[in-house]
Design a protein around this ligand. Structure first.
Ligand SMILES: NC(=O)C1=CN([C@@H]2O[C@H](COP(=O)(O)OP(=O)(O)OC[C@H]3O[C@@H](n4cnc5c(N)ncnc54)[C@H](OP(=O)(O)O)[C@@H]3O)[C@@H](O)[C@H]2O)C=CC1
Ligand SMILES: CC(=O)N[C@@H](CCC(=O)OP(=O)(O)O)C(=O)O
Length: 402
């Protein structure tokens, strides 16, 4: 072969090799990208996720996605078959990758954080979760937004029906009291039917959820004197949110336990209002929360005088009747006291009671995860009801132990 021809031939071979190399590399990269985007694990999971994306019906936006409650919403909704998160709202991390804020979401969430513009968000999604400080949702909500989307507010803005009571306990002006009458208090086990038709959903507080579900059957049945109620409650520090406060620093909380908000905690009127509805008796009670050195969990121990003598079996039958069809409320067996560790990471509330014939009182107990049933899990349970989905979709979370 002539030298020039040889060189052309060599050149062709090199180009061919480069093409093959690029093709193979490209394919490999494509495969890798696909693999990573769809799942970090086996192929069946990628297929499952693809199927999930094809059947997605509900677009969700989370304002306050970078907080503890918002972060838990993201975790739960990533496992929900019918929801796609379209908006990760934040004030401090706009344009930054969500997974850079929470590295546990690395290779799971690819999106960046956006601002907290509720008007713009309402045009893009079917449901807005506001996991934001008190007052935020009420200050932005309007009829135009509500004509486009359903709103699930994790703050207290719409939980208390009386504007004056809200303003007295929260020390802020309520900016949209016109929506208070229509907002539905989202304790699914009690208000299921109203929740189904709600446009504004007031997701209950964490302490109130655990307290009310522990006491509700006996209050509703008129077995306890509502004005002898004392609720002693304990919470892990995630209940206080991610914003650092001196009181929640490691060395202030670790190896320590303290009461706070004594005779003044803002959850008092919320619990009183709901138990008043349940019992039909104006309820005034003592509620004392404590901060304990753990990440998650709420434990409630409530005391009340019995109105008449009752047996263990009678009271047990009442609890069973109220909760036997409730997946997320577990009435424990005789003598077993609820523990936060047994519900951690799950949407369960464990409840039980003990009669004390010596004092004529009943002691009602409950445990749950403040971020799941106390916030994000309950919000998803409410969303499922509002959109006609199976109530437990995305919520079949088995508790972590130890
Ligand atoms: N933690 C819990 O166990 C529970 C919390 N809740 C409720 O959920 C809500 C959120 O609580 P939690 O997640 O603990 O709080 P965090 O402090 O952890 O998070 C607050 C979130 O709201 C955003 N945010 C802060 N200030 C503003 C503002 N002025 N306007 C708009 N967004 C703001 C933050 O964004 P960024 O940091 O990106 O700026 C962050 O995403 C609260 O109403 C709380 O009462 C309810 C039940 C239980
Ligand atoms: C441990 C701790 O500080 N907990 C918070 C309550 C949790 C919360 O965020 O309040 P909501 O449930 O009303 O939304 C507190 O006592 O103020």
């Amino acid at each position: 072969m002539h030298n020039t021809q040889k060189n052309i031939h060599k050149g062709r071979i090199i180009i061919q090799k480069i093409c093959v190399f690029i093709l193979v590399k490209g394919k490999k990269r494509l495969y890798t990208k696909d693999y990573k985007q769809n799942s970090s694990i086996p192929t069946e999971h990628s297929i499952e996720r693809k199927e999930r994306i094809e059947r997605i019906m509900i677009k969700a936006g989370i304002i306050g996605a970078t907080g503890y409650a918002g972060g838990e919403l993201v975790r739960i909704l990533m496992g929900h078959k019918d929801v796609e998160i379209k908006w990760y709202g934040s004030r401090s991390y706009i344009d930054q990758k969500y997974a850079a804020v929470y590295q546990n979401m690395f290779q799971i969430v690819e999106d960046v954080c956006k601002d907290d513009n509720m008007e713009e968000l309402a045009d893009q999604v079917d449901v807005i979760f506001t996991a934001t400080p008190q007052g935020f949702c009420a200050s932005l909500l309007n009829e135009d937004i509500l004509s486009k989307v359903k709103v699930i507010d994790l703050s207290a803005d719409f939980r208390i029906k009386d504007q004056n009571v809200y303003e007295e306990w929260y020390k802020i002006e309520h900016k949209s009291p016109q929506f208070l009458p229509e907002a539905v208090y989202g304790l699914c086990e009690i208000n299921r039917e109203q929740i189904k038709g709600a446009r504004i959903l007031a997701n209950p507080g964490c302490y109130p959820t655990c307290s009310i579900l522990s006491i509700y059957p006996l209050a509703k049945e008129g077995l306890i004197d509502m004005n002898t109620l004392i609720i002693d409650a304990k919470s892990g520090t995630s209940g206080a949110g991610r914003g650092a406060k001196v009181d929640n620093l490691y060395c202030e909380v670790n190896e320590n336990i303290k009461a706070y908000g004594v005779a003044s905690h803002r959850h008092t009127p919320e619990i009183e209002e709901q138990l008043t509805y349940a019992s039909g008796v104006k309820t005034v009670l003592n509620f004392t929360p404590h901060l304990v050195p753990m990440n998650r969990g709420i434990l409630v121990t409530a005391y009340a005088s019995l109105k008449k003598e009752v047996s263990y079996e009678e009271v047990k039958a009442v609890y069973d009747r109220y909760y036997e069809n409730e997946q997320f409320v577990r009435v424990l067996e005789k003598g077993i006291c609820p523990q936060t560790k047994w519900v951690e990471g799950s949407n369960y509330v464990d409840v039980n009671f003990q009669l004390d014939p010596r004092t004529g009182r009943v002691i009602m107990m409950g445990a749950m995860d403040n971020l799941v049933k106390g916030a994000a899990g309950q919000a998803v349970q409410n969303m499922n009801l509002m959109f006609g989905l199976p109530e437990n979709e995305g919520l079949n979370l088995v508790p972590m132990f130890p």
